[in-house]
Design a protein around this ligand. Structure first.
Ligand SMILES: Cc1ncc(COP(=O)(O)O)c(C=O)c1O
Length: 482
């Protein structure tokens, strides 16, 4: 994509694919969107897809599949035990990661649950570059604690640091000295850190962390769900990777880890997951749990059709044309927003564009859930569904007090190969309108608050009649536009 030079001098993320299957979309009027978001308890997770225009909630399970993936699904070998389809995926995993042991699971959090059950004991610690919601929930459910050891500038909203997902090695050393390596259940690196703006981890950092882990006999676990984006940034931002092809970078990364798990709803553009290992002893420790909770060892809760699609999807992840589409669209969106003064995370990362809700709605306190309010407001004025990644996505402290998130983000995911440039421009236009009228946006408060992963199905209400005020202004400025 980046090799194409336009005569106009403009930089345009040019799609290296064509669209061959389409899905019709609905854009309902703002008054109906108001009814929909109210019925959803102002939680974008609870909206019905029929009421959503551009679904930027997540890339999970909604990336576009390729023709090759769809074709492969037709040759899936359907059997409970010993499916050829499974052995084809196992061989692909060994080819790409150099890991001969593979256990299938139905999605990423299933891998997390099983890894936590096997390795986390009460009062053990899991150091990580940054937690993910479901990862942390499973670690704490098993009595462990997550310790984030990101570099000090990882949470700076605007930055030119290329690898904000790196682990701070000095913090890792201090942690080991303070608690002893025996207290560490495993060290976890998340490629393309989801909750801090899709920021990548450098190969150099993974190498240094791996050395420390080996010296102290600490298990090194990689969450590779967002590896595709991470590989793109290794290749384009890390001098040492510039002359390596993607297969080589992947092999190098995998060679540093003891265990890799992934959500194939993200990595591989299908639906499923799995755990990959070099060592047979680890495989034997984990395998019983797969059979208990997921399914037999040759399907792990997945449809064989999805397993075929994952195999092809993983192979296609080794193609720069494929993995660059997401990050390049995201960069385009972030730059378009920056040109309009809209605060977004920089450098642009993977997964989606991330708006800094704290700066966008600087008149709101964190107790009013600014990122959640911004998600509800954006849906109202555009039909675009984003996801809150801030305090709502945290769990309260044991004493019931609020745990304020490090960052208040509205994530606008760009599932790979799904949206067109004009749809991205529409989203930016409505965000710009909302930014102009940001002082109209008020906060939210809970009416129903689940105790676990409350962001998924909690219900909230506006703290004032701010949504009616937004609708009124929308009609003044945009007339009868949808
Ligand atoms: C980094 C990371 N790890 C794990 C998961 C969990 O995967 P799944 O949604 O397949 O359970 C996700 C999902 O978004 C993720 O982004």
């Amino acid at each position: 994509m980046s090799d194409v030079k336009l005569y106009s001098g403009e930089t345009l993320p040019l799609e290296m694919h064509k669209v061959r299957i389409v899905q019709k979309l609905n854009l309902i009027p703002i008054e109906q969107r108001y009814a929909a978001i109210t019925a959803a308890g102002n939680n974008t997770f609870l909206l019905k897809n029929r009421d959503v225009f551009l679904d930027m909630l997540t890339d999970s399970g909604v990336n576009a599949m390729s023709d090759q993936q769809q074709a492969a699904m037709m040759i899936a070998d359907d059997s409970y035990a010993g499916s050829e389809t499974f052995y084809r995926l196992e061989a692909k995993i060994e080819e790409l990661f150099g890991m001969p042991y593979f256990l299938p699971a139905h999605q990423g959090r299933a891998c997390e649950s099983i890894i936590a059950q096997v390795f986390v004991r009460p009062e053990t610690i899991v150091p990580t570059n940054y937690h993910f919601t479901t990862t942390k929930a499973h670690i704490t459910l098993n009595g462990g604690t997550v310790e984030e050891i990101f570099c000090d500038d990882a949470l700076e909203v605007t930055s030119d640091k290329p690898f904000k997902g790196d682990i701070d090695l000095a913090k890792l050393q201090t942690l080991i000295e303070r608690h002893g390596a025996g207290k560490i259940a495993f060290l976890r690196i998340e490629a393309g850190t989801n909750l801090i703006g899709g920021q990548p981890v450098s190969l150099a950092n993974m190498r240094a962390v791996s050395e420390v882990c080996r010296a102290h006999d600490i298990l090194f676990v990689l969450d590779a769900s967002l590896l595709a984006d991470n590989l793109y940034f290794n290749k384009t931002r890390e001098a040492a990777c510039r002359d390596m092809d993607l297969r080589r970078i992947t092999r190098e990364i995998a060679g540093l880890c003891d265990l890799i798990y992934f959500s194939a709803r993200k990595l591989g553009c299908a639906r499923g997951g799995g755990i990959c290992m070099h060592r047979e002893d680890l495989y034997k420790q984990i395998r019983d749990k797969i059979v208990l909770y997921e399914g037999f060892l040759t399907y792990g809760g997945m449809s064989v059709r999805e397993i075929e699609a994952i195999r092809v999807g993983l192979d296609e992840t080794m193609d720069m044309d494929m993995i660059s589409q997401g990050p390049q669209f995201i960069r385009f969106m972030v730059e378009e927003m920056a040109a309009r003064g809209i605060p977004a995370i920089t450098p642009p990362g993977g997964l989606g564009a991330h708006i800094d809700a704290r700066a966008f709605l600087s008149h709101l306190s964190q107790a009013e859930y600014p990122a959640g309010a911004l998600a509800a407001a954006l849906y109202l004025v555009s039909g675009v569904r984003g996801m809150e990644r801030g305090t709502l996505s945290e769990q309260r402290h044991p004493d019931g007090s609020e745990r304020f998130a490090d960052m208040e983000l509205l994530r606008l995911a760009l599932p790979r190969r799904v949206f067109t440039m004009s749809q991205v421009k529409y989203a930016v236009d409505r965000i710009a309108w909302l930014y102009e009228h940001r002082t109209l946006v008020g906060g939210l408060r809970f009416t129903e608050e689940p105790s676990v992963l409350r962001f998924f199905f909690g219900r909230l209400t506006p703290t004032s009649a701010w949504q009616e005020a937004l609708i009124e202004r929308f009609r003044v400025d945009l007339g009868d536009s949808l």
